[in-house]
Unconditional design. Structure first.
Length: 403
């Protein structure tokens, strides 16, 4: 008889949320605010500076497979603590770079740290620990993480104004050393054995066919298309968001406030999902939520310098991205396998990394002095539509097989 799953631990999930807030905000969202000051200091073009962010995303994806394997074997404590230490080291290295190659080295190191600290390892850890409450844990975990842009975009902008971009990076590194590394080391003690990650006995599910069979299944491959494309779309925009809105003719205040408010919209979307999803069919919600991303992108394309349409983009894209995180984080467990969730998500790491690495760089390459980001936004819109269709097909096949 398998051991009973542990009780849901609200404090553990709350503290992991703090780590997500700092990790996402200081690195992922901080890059967009640092972009122009670093370009001016190091003499970089937009394509050259965008490549650094792409290198970080590529390294994050390359490390996703071993990270997933280590977590499935019960090593999430070492993985997430080590990831926080790597982020601190990468930010400190970034604070002293004087050349383009040093800049690239710093962001390559930061990519390794992101692989061990962002949502994928955190989601895998709570799915293994709370197999009967993993969706609730994941939604809760993303509340503070969703505020990362709201907190850190203005915070980093304020830091650059008062201490310069190098001093700001030193302060961000201190947060990882003083907060993230200790909390991961303390709260991720006592990892469960692999058996706890499997579905509960007597749940009426067939015996798990094994990791390799899942890799070849149509639902997994279609979810892979969905995840890869949506991760590319959502990775492409943050490093360019401030510059994109400036180029669209919005004032400096709006260019800072709008991307910062996306985080608040993400949290609002997750709160709505948390409190009201039990009133709706779960699978219908999973189909409809991703549609908010292309709707938001269409509003942004139509906006020009119109503040009202730009605010519609913030609302649709922000809420959609917030709830999309839950859909992406639970799709493998719901439609493929809970027992191998970390490793299967890790298997998507390399293709996701390539897409996420290329997307910010490609958006930078497609930027033109006169047209701005228009061509790139059309590419993102098309990719998001294909992703929505792929998830719907995967869901249909998985439910047909189950019935």
């Amino acid at each position: 008889m398998p051991p009973a799953a542990p009780a849901y631990d609200r404090r553990l999930v709350a503290w992991l949320s703090v780590g997500q807030l700092i990790s996402w905000g200081s690195v992922f969202y901080g890059f967009g605010v640092l972009l122009e000051p670093v370009e001016q200091s190091l003499g970089l073009t937009r394509a050259e500076s965008s490549l650094a962010f792409s290198l970080a995303l590529l390294m994050e994806g390359v490390m996703a497979w071993p990270v997933g394997r280590w977590i499935d074997r019960g090593h999430e404590r070492a993985v997430m603590t080590g990831g926080s230490l790597l982020l601190a080291a990468g930010l400190l290295l970034h604070s002293v770079v004087a050349t383009r190659w040093g800049f690239y080295a710093a962001w390559t190191l930061l990519g390794c740290g992101l692989a061990g600290t962002l949502y994928n390892p955190a989601f895998a850890a709570v799915t293994r620990r709370f197999p009967l409450d993993f969706r609730r844990a994941i939604i809760t975990l993303t509340f503070l993480g969703g505020l990362a842009s709201t907190v850190f975009i203005p915070l980093v902008a304020w830091g650059i104004g008062h201490a310069g971009w190098r001093g700001t990076l030193v302060g961000l590194a201190a947060l990882h050393l003083a907060v993230c590394a200790p909390l991961h080391w303390h709260w991720l003690r006592g990892a469960p054995r692999a058996a706890l990650a499997a579905p509960a006995a007597g749940a009426g599910r067939a015996a798990d066919p094994g990791f390799r069979a899942h890799l070849r299944s149509a639902p997994f491959l279609l979810i892979g298309v969905f995840v890869v494309l949506m991760m590319a779309v959502t990775a492409a925009l943050p490093p360019h968001m401030v510059s994109l809105l400036r180029g669209a003719g919005l004032s400096e205040a709006w260019a800072i406030a709008m991307p910062a408010s996306i985080g608040a919209m993400q949290v609002l979307g997750r709160a709505l999902l948390y409190f009201f999803e039990h009133r709706f069919d779960l699978h219908l919600a999973n189909r409809l939520i991703p549609c908010l991303i292309p709707i938001g992108l269409a509003a942004l394309l139509a906006a020009g310098g119109h503040v009202g349409l730009a605010l519609l983009f913030v609302a649709f894209y922000g809420m959609g991205n917030g709830m999309l995180t839950i859909v992406k984080g639970t799709a493998i467990a719901q439609y493929v396998s809970r027992a191998h969730v970390a490793t299967l998500n890790g298997a998507l790491g390399l293709p996701t990394a390539v897409a996420r690495a290329l997307a910010p760089w490609l958006l930078g390459v497609l930027w033109q002095p006169q047209a701005g980001y228009t061509a790139g936004l059309w590419v993102l819109l098309a990719g998001s539509v294909v992703a929505v269709l792929a998830l719907a097909a995967a869901q249909r096949m998985s439910r047909q097989k189950a019935s």
